[in-house]
Each structure stands twice: as structure tokens, then as C-alpha cells.
Design a protein around this ligand. Structure first.
Ligand SMILES: [Zn+2]
Length: 175
């Protein structure tokens, strides 16, 4: 339930710091493992707060204050900071907010309106949009080409003519 409110899984809201604007103190409840060797035996060496912009709630830009730690891996001895799912290591914005911005932009909402809604600069809107574009195009590049294409045609009205739908069919079963 709490996760749904902020749109992120594996986070628990510890405290509502402010309602207007919405600011939440949150804790990462996911698994902490060493990114170098995968070990789960970690020692906390330091703690700090990360302030992250998140999606708007009731039309107001929300913020998350997340308690993070600097860990030392007991197995390989290397140091690293808490890795949060849905938030990139150096980012101050959730991937969810970036995706919302990307979708709004694609729907034709202007950069300025998006920037105002989320209380960020126009340059940030453009930067997130390009990041999402890069992410999407690398995703498409990695996709395997469909082996079978289906083609379907619908006739609407005389004026509108035909719509051709090209669909991807799954690989044949049992071959
Ligand atoms: Zn390690």
C-alpha cells in the first residue's frame, strides 16, 4: 500500500515529513548485496540521506528522503553505497518520474508545462527525455527480430479506408 503511494516497490514510508509539498522519509526494504561479488555479509561504515524527486501526488511534485549506507563487503573488502531499485546510482530522480515525463512529452505536453508540474528546469526535462530515448532504442536494438509476421486488414468506412495491422506472432510451438 505504501509502496503504491510513491509508485515504487521495496520502499517503506517511515514518516510523512510534509504534505504540501509531499515529502516522505523512506527506507529501502530490498535486499542489499555487494555489486562486486554478490555477497550479503556487509558492514555499515557510514550513513547518509539521498533526496530524490519522484512523481507528482495530487498535482504536486513529491520528494523522497532515503536513508542510505556506505557498506564494506566482508567477503571482497570493497566499499559501495546502497543500491536502490528504480533509482540510478548518481541520479536525483526516480526512473518512474523520468518515464512519466517521457510519456507526457510524447502526448504533446510542452517542456515548459512538464517542468512547471514537476518543479524542475526545462533542461532537466530534455535531459530525462533523451535518457529515456536512449534506453528505449537500446532496448529495441537488443530485441530479436520476429520470425513470423502476421498481417491483418480492417475496413472501416469508405472514407477512412483500410487499416493494416502488422503483428508479431510467437515462434511456432513444438518445432
Ligand atoms: Zn563483495
Amino acid at each position: 500500500m505504501e509502496g503504491l503511494l510513491i509508485g515504487l516497490r521495496d520502499f517503506a514510508i517511515e514518516k510523512v515529513v510534509s504534505h504540501v509539498p509531499p515529502v516522505f522519509e523512506a527506507r529501502w526494504t530490498g535486499k542489499n548485496t555487494c555489486p562486486h561479488c554478490g555477497c550479503e555479509k556487509l558492514r555499515i561504515k557510514d550513513s547518509f540521506w539521498r533526496t530524490i524527486r519522484n512523481i507528482s501526488i495530487h498535482g504536486r511534485a513529491s520528494r523522497l528522503l532515503i536513508r542510505c549506507h556506505k557498506y564494506r563487503c566482508e567477503s571482497c573488502g570493497r566499499y559501495f553505497n546502497t543500491r536502490l531499485a528504480g533509482i540510478k546510482v548518481w541520479s536525483r530522480t526516480t526512473e518512474l518520474l523520468k518515464r512519466n515525463i517521457f510519456q507526457a512529452y510524447n502526448k504533446g505536453v510542452s517542456c515548459k508545462d512538464i517542468a512547471n508540474e514537476h518543479r524542475i528546469g526545462v533542461a532537466s526535462v530534455e535531459r530525462y527525455y533523451h535518457q529515456m530515448m536512449q534506453h528505449k532504442s537500446s532496448h529495441w536494438a537488443n530485441r530479436t527480430c520476429p520470425r513470423i509476421l502476421g498481417i491483418d486488414e480492417h475496413r472501416f468506412t469508405r472514407r477512412q479506408g483500410f487499416a493494416t495491422t502488422v503483428l508479431r506472432l510467437g515462434p511456432p510451438q513444438g518445432i
